[in-house]
Design a protein around this ligand. Structure first.
Ligand SMILES: CC(C)(COP(=O)(O)OP(=O)(O)OC[C@H]1O[C@@H](n2cnc3c(N)ncnc32)[C@H](O)[C@@H]1OP(=O)(O)O)[C@@H](O)C(=O)NCCC(=O)NCCS
Length: 343
């Protein structure tokens, strides 16, 4: 009965996958006017994982989804929703989630994509929680295959991104124990929509032969310094607001799992919040910025490394195009099972 239901939702299991092809900074420096020193000093990135010829957003998402469901021992046919948070979809239409739904056999699930920038995964966690609270099992996947959708000749953006996927199984709180989703805070400011994004190929700027001839139809537009400044301010805001909603003090946070855009952004957010940098999980060196996938992959690695213990409060924060930013507070009831095919 609805009235008997314990309110809330939990992440009951997680999965992650990254492609096996690795491109390090030195490899980029062979074709671009850049260097390992410049990239590492400015971003903390040493290498990124890049999809192979057969890999796409649907296949990479599906790999993470399968890892998650296998770890959970949860039948795909029992899912009610398959949500894919991505800015690099399988195709214009239909949603990437449709291919994942078919691939994993989630025959009873509604499949939808969310285009929410790099904070889309955390914002979608709020949606997944709302759906799970009414009793629906949800599989949420954050995935990017940026390597097939960016301009590899533009050194100002090509060095920043990588491919991968992270997946979470979100269940009603009375159906499982796991990472209790205590609070999700998400905001958007569309006045900065043109500052960061991929403007070509949509209805405003359709692909033309001239655009393709110029080689810039995949160009990512970004005002790096403006993005940097706002990312720090907004991620700190998202952290404080999510903690306020959860009723958890900063001193009670055991791990901050931020969106892995850039080591300098993560350090600046930690400093602004007066959180010791040692409490901020980072794997940006290995994977670069994997957009919507980064927090799922980071959470899985933190669990695999034994860093997360029962009772721990976790804080995730993200910022991305839109501008959009979001934070979530997760309370570790039990350390959840994870499946992963990473490094
Ligand atoms: C992109 C970013 C690393 C650039 O660092 P920066 O210190 O701001 O550098 P600038 O943009 O001021 O550029 C400094 C110089 O380096 C050059 N440069 C840019 N990319 C370069 C590269 N890959 N290698 C070498 N030089 C590069 C610029 O052309 C510029 O040269 P100039 O001084 O001759 O004009 C930084 O702005 C950043 O991290 N921004 C946030 C990006 C981000 O995270 N986006 C995703 C958010 S989800």
């Amino acid at each position: 009965m609805e009235s008997d239901r314990r309110a809330g939702a939990v992440i009951a299991a997680m999965g992650a996958y990254v492609p096996k092809q690795v491109v390090d900074n030195n490899a980029l420096a062979r074709t671009l006017d850049t260097s390992d020193e410049w990239i590492y000093a400015r971003t903390g990135i040493r290498r990124r994982h890049v999809a192979g010829p057969e890999e796409t957003t649907a296949t990479v998402s599906q790999r993470a989804a399968e890892e998650c469901l296998r770890a959970a021992g949860f039948p795909a046919a029992d899912l009610r929703w398959v949500l894919v948070s991505t800015d690099t979809p399988e195709m214009w239409n239909p949603a990437s989630a449709c291919f994942v739904q078919a691939g994993i056999g989630a025959t009873q699930a509604v499949a939808l994509d969310v285009t929410g920038g790099c904070s889309g995964f955390v914002a979608s966690l709020g949606m997944a929680r709302a759906l799970a609270e009414r009793g629906d099992p949800v599989l949420l996947i954050g995935c990017e295959v940026l390597s097939k959708a960016m301009d590899w000749s533009d050194r100002s953006t090509a060095v920043l991104f990588g491919d991968g996927a992270g997946a979470v199984l979100v269940l009603p709180a009375d159906a499982a124990r796991g990472l209790a989703i205590e609070a999700v805070y998400a905001r958007t400011d569309g006045r900065d929509a043109d500052i960061l994004g991929k403007p070509y190929g949509g209805t405003r700027n359709p692909i033309t032969p001239e655009l393709v001839a110029g080689g810039h139809h995949h160009r990512i537009v970004m005002n790096g310094q403006y993005v940097f400044k706002h990312a720090v301010l907004r991620m700190a805001e998202a952290a404080e607001e999510a903690l306020r909603i959860a009723g958890v003090g900063l001193e009670a946070v055991d791990w901050v799992i931020p969106h892995q855009a850039n080591q300098r952004i993560m350090d600046a957010v930690a400093d602004r919040l007066h959180v010791p940098r040692e409490k901020v999980f980072s794997n940006v060196e290995e994977y670069a910025n994997t957009g919507s996938a980064s927090i799922g992959i980071a959470l899985v690695e933190a669990i695999q490394q034994g860093l997360i213990r029962p009772g721990h409060n976790l804080l995730t924060v993200a910022f991305g195009s839109g501008f959009s930013w979001a934070g979530a507070v997760l309370r570790t009831e039990v350390v959840v099972p994870v499946g992963a095919d990473l490094v």
